[in-house]
Write a protein that binds this ligand. Structure first.
Ligand SMILES: Nc1ncnc2c1ncn2[C@@H]1O[C@H](COP(=O)(O)OP(=O)(O)OP(=O)(O)O)[C@@H](O)[C@H]1O
Ligand SMILES: [Mg+2]
Length: 267
């Protein structure tokens, strides 16, 4: 990677969010989803973002992607405002696996993966294809899957294609919105293993929204809890699980939470 004056100091976090307000609607109808929210994500972290439905987890990822704009406060990625990344530049800095991870149904697997690189229009078609084939294999799919259509893929394969598509431009930051939702337990474990491998191999920083405690404990280096329009606590999964707050008690102390934490308590 070439050094230039835009290179931020090494200490700059991957993501820095300060005093963020996310507001929808206008005038009397306006409502804030985030109010004075702060969150920093250091390079190399795998941060899980948890919170009740509608607390603004997806909106927070969209802020990091530059698709939503702060009404107040700032969201920077590697020292630059996320909203300035613009459509094209964004894919090179941030990859996103969307919550309802839709692929383009009229495109085959390879064309889905290649999408951002092809849109950029700087590489010849054969190189775009080669790059997409590399990503296809990186997520554990086979060359013969390249020509399949999305409708002919299993749920686990759709997630893998969506992941390859998010990584096509080698972004340093990967955002995952409910990456294992809708997968059966075994596909979910396989997908977690893949995410863990790629995180290590590519030196990625990952911010992941999940409701799934097995996924959370399998992957997170840190957890941030979204409630009352803010990040109310961050820390190691087991520390956060003990933080006194009704949402956290419900989330971690329920039956599923106890089951997911049992192996950790024993170790
Ligand atoms: N473009 C938009 N216009 C208006 N309101 C929006 C928009 N996007 C999100 N919201 C509202 O912001 C709030 C937070 O939505 P968000 O999708 O971030 O929740 P979430 O925490 O991801 O929930 P879930 O766990 O169900 O996915 C919701 O009340 C939602 O209706
Ligand atoms: Mg959401």
């Amino acid at each position: 990677m070439s050094e230039n004056t835009a290179t931020p100091p090494a200490a700059e976090p991957m993501v820095r969010i300060e005093g963020l307000w996310s507001v929808f609607g206008k005038g009397d109808e306006a409502f804030a989803v985030h109010q004075d929210l702060d969150l920093s994500v250091q390079r190399g972290e795998m941060l899980s973002l948890v919170g009740g439905s509608g607390t603004g987890k997806t909106v927070l990822l969209r802020q990091m992607l530059g698709l939503a704009r702060p009404a107040r406060g700032s969201v920077t990625v590697l020292g630059r405002p996320a909203a300035e990344m613009g459509g094209e530049g964004a894919a090179a800095r941030v990859g996103m696996l969307f919550q309802h991870g839709a692929l383009f149904s009229a495109f085959n697997v390879l064309d889905n993966i290649a999408f951002a690189l092809r849109e950029q229009g700087t590489l010849p078609a054969s190189l775009v294809r080669d790059a997409a084939m590399v990503k296809l294999q990186m997520v554990g799919l086979k060359p013969e899957h390249a020509s399949r259509m999305p409708a002919d893929l299993s749920g686990g394969m759709v997630k893998r294609v969506a992941l390859a598509r998010a990584l096509i431009m080698d972004p340093p930051l990967l955002l995952l919105d409910e990456p294992t939702a809708g997968l059966d337990p075994s596909s979910s474990d396989d997908f977690c293993a893949l995410l863990r491998e790629l995180h290590a191999a590519l030196g990625l920083t990952v911010v992941m929204v999940t409701h799934d405690l097995d996924t959370l404990f399998a992957l997170s280096t840190r957890v941030a809890v979204l409630a009352e329009k803010k990040v109310i606590v961050t820390g190691a999964p087991r520390e956060v699980a003990r933080f006194p707050h009704p949402f956290i008690e419900h989330f971690f102390q329920g039956e599923r939470g106890q089951r997911a934490m049992a192996p950790l308590e024993a170790s």
